[in-house]
Design a protein around this ligand. Structure first.
Ligand code: NAD
Ligand code: MG
Length: 389
């Protein structure tokens, strides 16, 4: 069980649910906390949990945060340096990375180099930099406990397999809700609005991941994330659309047994497990009643319509390259432009596919290559949107 955490992304959807778990289990202390722009919420969290140090990524909010915390004795930092400092702070045994986007990559690296255990919600860390990050985790002897519900499910299912897991595991079944537009075709998707895309059927999440769920980019990212986390080839991962989000994912063993993890869709379950691991503790979540749910259904994903998923499958087949960094960087910019109503929903997948086709790929075992690919993809996506308008 973890007794002290550095919490990056403390004011977001995962961050706030992590705070709820810590309210329930006050023996989990919050050592440092960080956020992008919301200095008031960060200051409130810092005071409530008596944190030692905070970081506001947006440097223009530094003075405001300092004023909010005047007289508290809490150290205030800003920018990427402050974020990496909070991530690596050695008074906590575990760093919870709940930042959104590739901004989470450098703090993950920094926490690993300081030998902190990582509780990882920030999937973009592995999508953009998986090859490098997994190698670094090995070298530093750092464990990564996944928070993403599917990966937490796989992690939990694997816990029950003793001995050499590699030879005993045939593959995994990664479940997908399908998002709000499951069953639609391209012509219908062309006119969907951000308001429609933000209405996820099962989960309440931050806006970026909610759009990623609507394009199914999220499932593509999760495929890449799973391959890195569990050393799997993409061919060992079956993606199955399961509209009810009750089976969070499953492991298929050599003897064709399928071990699944089920529960109501509630992120506090995987968050709490990442913090209490390897213990199980009482949770505030609702218990699951299968007879109340009635039916669990499974369908194939439509990769032709949801071409972000197809692009991620291509990227997953090239794990030694910067393909992951390219699709992630382009996607981040395109999602923002869609939310700002500057491009259409289908421009997201078109832009991601074009970025993967056009941006030269380099080796992904080098952090500078990953950061360069991320920059190139962002520039590509920005210029495309200008050209398109
Ligand atoms: P969110 O937008 O609600 O919150 C993001 C948090 O990160 C906020 O606290 C924000 O201030 C902070 N942040 C953003 N950029 C930052 C930066 N550069 N420096 C410091 N802080 C920064 O997002 P979320 O839904 O909580 O998702 C967070 C991560 O968890 C994402 O990678 C997402 O894919 C993953 N995830 C989320 C869910 C979910 O249910 N919300 C489920 C699975 C995985
Ligand atoms: Mg998920």
């Amino acid at each position: 069980m973890t007794h002290s955490i550095n919490l990056l992304g403390a004011t977001g959807s995962i961050g706030r649910q992590t705070l709820d778990v810590c309210r329930r289990y006050p023996e989990i202390r919050i050592n440092t906390a960080a956020a992008a722009t919301s200095h008031e919420a960060l200051a409130a969290c810092a005071r409530e949990f008596g944190v030692k140090k905070v970081c506001i990524f947006d440097e223009s909010r530094y003075e405001s945060l300092k004023n909010e915390l005047f007289g508290s004795g809490i150290t205030v930092t800003a920018g990427m340096d402050g974020l990496c400092e909070c991530a690596a702070d050695e008074d906590a045994e575990c760093t919870v990375n709940a930042v959104v986007g590739a901004a989470g990559l450098l703090p993950t690296v920094s926490a690993m180099k300081a030998h902190r255990r990582i509780a990882l919600a920030n999937k973009e860390t592995l999508v953009a930099g998986g090859g490098y990050v997994m190698q670094l985790a090995k070298e530093c002897g750092v464990d990564i406990i996944p928070i993403d519900s599917e990966h937490s499910a796989v992690f939990q299912c694997m816990e029950g397999i003793s001995g050499d897991r590699h030879s005993q595991i045939k593959g995994i079944i990664l479940t997908a809700s399908g998002g709000p537009f499951f069953g639609m075709k391209r012509a219908q998707l062309e006119s969907v609005t951000p308001e429609m895309a933000l209405r996820h059927p099962n989960w309440s999440m931050g806006s970026k991941i909610t759009i990623d769920s609507a394009t199914m980019m999220n499932k593509g990212f999760e495929l890449i994330e799973a391959c890195h986390l569990f050393s799997l080839a993409p061919s060992q991962v079956e993606i199955s659309v399961h509209r009810q989000s009750i089976i969070h994912s499953a492991v298929v063993t050599a003897d064709n047994a399928v071990i699944a993890q089920l529960g109501v869709p509630d992120m506090t379950i995987p968050i709490q497990y990442a913090l209490t691991y390897p213990e199980r503790r009482v949770s505030s979540s609702k218990p699951l009643s299968l007879s109340d749910i009635g039916q669990l259904t499974f369908e194939k994903a439509d990769t032709e319509t949801f071409s972000c998923l197809a692009a991620a499958m291509r990227a997953a087949d090239m794990p030694q390259t910067t393909a992951g960094a390219v699709i992630n960087g382009a996607n981040e910019v395109l999602v923002r432009l869609f939310l700002e109503k500057k491009i259409a929903f289908t421009d997201i997948s078109d832009g991601v596919c074009a970025a993967l086709d056009e941006i030269p790929l380099t080796a992904s075992d080098d952090l500078d290559n990953i950061l360069a690919a991320d920059r190139a993809a962002r520039e590509f996506a920005e210029s495309r949107s200008v050209a398109d308008i």
